[in-house]
Design a binder for this molecule. Structure first.
Ligand code: Z5A
Length: 229
């Protein structure tokens, strides 16, 4: 059988949090900073999506095509997208020694389909085991923001682009409050992997807080020595 997980030399960082917390903004900023400091390639990617086939699944998921089938079926589709993304983009980049920064990953499945959607955590963990295997993030930055503030940011951006709310943005405020609690619980349960960042400040202050965590937790990466701190 083909080894899905070749030896890994690059660093894998994920950003997580609720809608409009600033993940995309900060993923791009962190990548630019790391490229400038280390002179090494850093790929910015996202979930669902990140590879051509996974982007097709993303379009269906965000249009709400899987919602009638319930959180288990949605989790299977997010996992199918993740499998392709891991095989085609994330694992090859890490094997080449490149950095990978991913906007959402396994913790979004735990929070959205698990804690907020009601899917049994044992099922979520089983999917992680078979789909993600050893390709776990070295560092997960959880951008914490009150859901009202995040949804307002996302709505303002949507209005500017002439777009309405997607399948998840359209959920009630209680759903988003459960999500926030779920991300904070993940951070408490895995403090070695996760750092909580106050995302209510302006983009420069959030970027500085993120960089401080990366410097503290992955010092070799910031020194340009590649792999783990
Ligand atoms: N999902 C799931 O259910 N299960 C899974 O396993 C996975 C995902 C992987 C993907 O949507 C959806 O899929 C997501 C969860 C679900 N739910 N939704 N919706 P997406 O990728 O389209 O959306 P998102 O991940 O929630 O990201 P977002 O809404 O685009 O937000 P963001 O990336 O965190 O924020 P941003 O784009 O950087 O910033 C949003 C706006 O705020 C923008 O106008 C910025 O200029 C502004 N901004 C950014 N930072 C700041 C600060 N610091 N202050 C003020 N304004 C700011």
């Amino acid at each position: 059988m083909q080894d899905r997980e070749p030896p890994r030399r690059g660093v894998f960082i994920t950003l997580e949090g609720g809608e409009g917390a600033g993940k995309s903004t900060q993923a791009a900023r962190l990548a630019a900073t790391l490229r400038a400091r280390t002179g090494r390639p850093v790929t910015v990617t996202r979930e669902p999506g990140g590879s051509p086939r996974a982007e097709e699944i993303r379009a269906a998921l965000l249009a709400g095509a899987a919602k009638p089938y319930g959180p288990f079926a949605e989790a299977l589709l997010f996992s199918a997208a993740r499998l392709d993304h891991l095989d085609r983009l994330i694992r090859p980049a890490l094997a080449r020694g490149e950095g990978v920064i991913c906007d959402r990953f396994i913790d979004s499945t735990r929070a959205y389909q698990g804690a907020a959607g009601g899917l049994d955590p044992a099922v979520v963990a089983a999917l992680e085991r078979v789909v993600v295997g050893r390709t776990r993030p070295d560092l997960t930055l959880i951008l914490d923001l009150a859901p009202e503030a995040g949804l307002a940011r996302a709505a303002a951006r949507g209005e500017a682009a002439g777009q309405g709310a997607d399948r998840f943005e359209a959920e009630a405020l209680g759903f988003h409050a459960r999500l926030r609690g779920a991300f904070l619980e993940i951070a408490m349960a895995e403090p070695g992997r996760c750092a909580v960042i106050d995302a209510s400040a302006g983009p420069d202050a959030v970027a500085a807080a993120i960089l401080a965590q990366v410097e503290a937790r992955l010092p070799a990466l910031v020194r340009g020595e590649g792999s783990h701190g």
